[in-house]
Design a protein around this ligand. Sequence first.
Ligand code: ADP
Ligand code: MG
Length: 249
Amino acid sequence: MTVLEANSVTKQYSMGEVIVTALHEVSFNVVKGEFVAVMGPSGSGKSTLLHLLGGLDEPTSGEIALAGHPITHLSDDEVTVVRRRKVGFIFQFYNLVPTLTAAENVALPLLIDGQRIEKHQEKIDSLLAMVGLVERRDHKPDQMSGGQQQRVAIARAFVNDPEIVLADEPTGNLDSQSGTAILELLRQSAEALRQTIVMVTHDPRAASYADRVVFLKDGRIVQNLPIQAKSGESEDIRNIMRVMRELEL
Ligand SMILES: Nc1ncnc2c1ncn2[C@@H]1O[C@H](COP(=O)(O)OP(=O)(O)O)[C@@H](O)[C@H]1O
Ligand SMILES: [Mg+2]
């Protein structure tokens, strides 16, 4: 089942007189339970693609559909609701609210959606358990390590049972051990929960946890590489690096 469908998506930014084409007619499908990594050099359009897929920005042309429903041509209010209910975001710098506890940060998307938290306490606890942070539920972000904060951000991204989780360099700010824990969590959620995930990364090791890697160059998809072990194996990492060399990324 196709969860995400991008059809001939182009994104241009105008900077005064100059037009920058960040994406050129990109078409891209993701099926349920798939974990896809997007790689490419700085400026190749990775973040732009992720923002469009999550309804944070609109394409200049082309169509994007999430769970069979077009998100292009919706009003701002409609796309906001789609984003709240169907998309989970994970960013490089966690973006937790510093004055809220871990449990409150996880609950935040539900609060913003106007739901009553009391009804969801079990869910919040089970997500904190999934990311190994039950005993930190009442800690504020500044009382947690970067890796722990990113695990809170993962639990938060999952709290609305999203159709898709979009992650932009989720391990970019972490040491390798904390990064591995994040990647294993994402891998496990794709396996056990059939969570669909698109993750942007420039790190071949991070990408080697995905089912496949989509390579972007100058705003175009130039290669799609299936991953064998999907668990950080050196052979997969070597294959990714070989494709990067071949494509001169
Ligand atoms: N808000 C913006 N305004 C103008 N140009 C932008 C904007 N965001 C991105 N770009 C340009 O679009 C291209 C792709 O950027 P981006 O998607 O951030 O790439 P990546 O995430 O792969 O580094 C770059 O040339 C970048 O300078
Ligand atoms: Mg980026």
